[in-house]
Ligand binder design. Structure first.
Ligand SMILES: Nc1ncnc2c1ncn2[C@@H]1O[C@H](COP(=O)(O)OP(=O)(O)OP(=O)(O)O)[C@@H](O)[C@H]1O
Ligand SMILES: O=P(O)(O)OC[C@H]1O[C@H](OP(=O)(O)OP(=O)(O)O)[C@H](O)[C@@H]1O
Length: 217
């Protein structure tokens, strides 16, 4: 069987991704004791894992340098890329929201609003769908500071527990959409390595259906 290369998102989704593969009997001691390595074999040598940043997961999978990947729906929505999205893995759950100070009114002003975000395309689409033209200011992290300092009127960001907003005196103005980790597959690999990739997807589907989200949480 051809070796399948899987791109995993470094950081928050890393542990969950390892757990997902373990749940279907695919273990990698190399990945669990990773040190500074970024490429790892499964113990049975049938899979190879690489650990990269979220956007790079899309790049490696789109170009076929990786056959499959695990990445957040937030990154998929932000980037326009070409691959199959095959499974909602029900982990890494959070949501996109518009948030601001309690004084902010979504429909309150005809002035062009300024919005801070790490996700300019998601934010633009949300306002275009509302028929509103806004100025997007791209910020790389800790975006919650922007409305507090008066740089922008509001933020479009990921909310998980809501703690970051609360501790900074911000509130959710509108929920945009749910986000969770997805399994993606390169289009050519889906044909060339069909048997192996389909078997992985089927086993994961069975696992998610039989044991549900709690098992992975
Ligand atoms: N509270 C959360 N904040 C951010 N991302 C979350 C959260 N909960 C789940 N996620 C998911 O985890 C993915 C990876 O997030 P992580 O913070 O590790 O990396 P990142 O946002 O790409 O930041 P960095 O640039 O620091 O690597 C996100 O793309 C998202 O799908
Ligand atoms: O609702 P919560 O559970 O508080 O989680 C949401 C926070 O987590 C993310 O930030 P992250 O920790 O990735 O740091 P960043 O702001 O530097 O991206 C996100 O951008 C929020 O700030």
């Amino acid at each position: 069987m051809a070796v399948v290369r899987v791109a995993l998102t470094k950081g928050r989704l890393e542990k969950e991704s390892i757990k997902i593969f373990k749940s279907i009997g695919i273990n990698s001691k190399e990945l669990e004791n990773k040190g500074r390595k970024i490429i790892f074999k499964s113990d049975d040598n049938t899979l190879e894992f690489i650990l990269v940043k979220a956007k790079d997961v899309l790049t490696y999978v789109e170009h076929g340098a990786a056959d499959m990947g695990i990445v957040g729906k937030d990154t998929i929505l932000e980037e326009t890329r070409d691959f199959y999205e095959v499974l909602d893995l029900k982990v890494g759950k959070c949501r996109f929201a518009l948030a601001s100070t309690p004084e902010f009114k979504l429909d309150g002003s005809y002035r062009r609003k300024k919005i801070a975000t790490k996700y300019p395309n998601v934010a633009r689409k949300y306002f275009v769908d509302r028929g509103e033209d806004v100025e997007i200011i791209r910020i790389e992290g800790s975006v919650e500071i922007a409305p507090i300092l008066g740089l922008t009127d509001a933020v479009v960001d990921i909310v998980e527990t809501g703690r970051t907003l609360k501790e900074n005196g911000l509130i959710i103005v509108d929920e945009i959409c749910d986000v969770s980790a997805r399994m993606i597959v390169n289009k050519a690999s889906m044909k060339m390595k069909k048997e192996h990739i389909s078997s992985i997807i089927r086993r994961l589907e069975d696992y998610l259906n039989n044991y549900g989200e709690e098992a992975l949480a």
